[in-house]
Design a protein around this ligand. Structure first.
Ligand SMILES: Cc1ncc(COP(=O)(O)O)c(C=O)c1O
Length: 421
């Protein structure tokens, strides 16, 4: 067993500098709700995307605000992919509309124009195109399709924020971008989200100019999080930073368990959300979270380059072992989680239905015994169509976050190789 846990969810962005910044903010409660960092983050995003940016307390709230201002509601449909995070369909349902699931391309884990066209109806009001784990969707062709049906494209960039090296196609064809600054996202402010109004007009009509004004009003009308809630959010990086090195000794696990029991931690997805419900109240990003997200955004290139380095390593390691790699992954991508699908032909398990799924589950269990935790909300996270379902259950997602080292990446690959023997 290795001493330091390898993980996706134990505060993956939090290093000593992050924990220290959170600790300093803890003693400045006057900066928690409002402050200049929120304006600075908004301005930095606006400069980066050359487009109006609007902040909310999370990506899901940014999406709900957008749908509400687009007058999407009861009787309307919004197309999303079947392999997604449950908070996305929840936001659509909270707007009153119905999420319609299109299947994914098994080589990109994203929508394609073909899978989308199959589910478009005269009730469709928008298409949400997700760049799963940072693999770019074919937005150019999706744009053509959506122009044909006069539908706006919302690019879900929760998993990737492009930098000067790209991917250039992300943000080029969508009408709106949704960003998330959640705990394991492209960058993290513990919580937070943004809506970027691209107003691309690349093929069709420009996004209605008044929409920006309406969305800014929605942002101004948001409610602040209470001081208690912000305190709990700020405790997250600090508690995880302290507990993480002691996780394998059991002390870290107990500390986190006690913190959760005492209500000191804010869950990423609430019990109500797991049951398919989302609160429709929109909240402002806490300034303390905006401050943390801003620091990360200023280091975007560094964070993405680290992910690129690990993407390149995993790609080569898979090729050396003749493991299947998705066509959509190239070594220049800052992948948020590297998706690996263990090959059933190398399986030590008997052949039969669900062999890939059983093999992946066995590997995940064996990894966990060695203090490598690669299950997350995405394992088994699928809603309907068959190819997405098969992929979601047989996926092994390998970490690429800022606190994941190359040595740990070697360990994970070697351990998976051993598990397959
Ligand atoms: C693909 C995707 N879109 C949107 C979201 C929503 O982001 P947030 O957690 O900030 O609400 C998430 C994550 O939760 C996600 O994984």
């Amino acid at each position: 067993m290795i001493f330091h846990p390898i993980h996706h969810t134990f505060a993956p962005h939090v290093d000593a500098a992050y924990a220290w910044a959170a600790l300093r903010l803890l003693f400045k409660p006057w900066k928690w709700q409002k402050g200049k960092e929120t304006d600075e983050l908004r301005a930095a995003l606006t400069r980066h995307f050359q487009a109006d940016s609007i902040l909310f307390a999370s990506g899901r709230e940014a999406l709900l605000a957008l749908l509400q201002t687009m007058n999407v509601g009861k009787g309307d449909e919004v197309v999303i992919q079947s392999f997604t995070c449950l908070v996305v369909p929840n936001a659509i349902a909270a707007s009153g509309a119905t999420p319609i699931y299109a299947d994914i391309d098994p080589e990109t884990l994203n929508l394609t124009p073909e899978t989308v066209e199959r589910v478009i109806s005269n009730r469709t009001k928008a298409v949400i195109c997700q760049h799963t784990f940072g693999i770019p969707a074919d937005t150019e062709r999706l744009r053509d399709l959506c122009d044909q049906y006069e539908l706006p494209i919302i690019e879900d960039c929760a998993h990737i924020i492009p930098d000067t090296e790209g991917p250039k196609e992300i943000g080029k064809y969508g009408d709106y971008l949704i960003l998330s600054f959640g705990r394991d996202k492209a960058i993290s402010g513990i919580t937070g989200g943004a809506l970027v109004i691209k107003n691309v007009a690349c093929h069709g009509e420009p996004v209605e100019p008044s929409r920006g004004a309406i969305l800014r009003r929605a942002q101004d009308d948001t409610y602040p999080f209470s001081h208690v809630r912000i305190l709990r959010l700020l405790l997250y990086p600090i508690l995880y930073f302290i507990a993480r090195p002691f996780y394998s000794l059991g002390i870290g696990k107990i500390l986190l368990w006690l913190a959760a029991k005492a209500g000191l931690l804010v869950p990423i997805v609430t019990k109500k959300e797991k049951e398919g419900q989302m609160d429709t109240t929109l909240h402002a990003i806490p300034n303390a979270c905006a401050a943390l997200a801003l620091t990360q955004f200023r280091k975007l290139q560094q964070i993405n380059d680290h992910r690129r380095m690990l993407t390149k390593f995993y790609l080569q390691a898979c090729k050396d072992r003749e493991w299947r790699v998705l066509d959509g992954i190239t070594e220049d991508l800052p992948i948020q989680k590297f998706p690996l699908f263990p090959s059933p032909t190398e399986s030590p398990l008997p052949a039969g239905e669900g062999q890939g799924e059983r093999l992946a589950s066995r590997i995940r269990t064996l990894l966990k015994r060695r203090n490598i935790h690669i299950s997350d909300g995405w394992t088994g996270c699928t809603i309907c169509p068959p190819s997405a379902e098969g992929m979601a259950t047989s996926i092994l997602s390998l970490p690429t976050h800022p606190t994941m080292s190359l040595v740990q990446a070697h360990t994970i690959i070697d351990t998976i190789a051993k598990c397959q023997r």
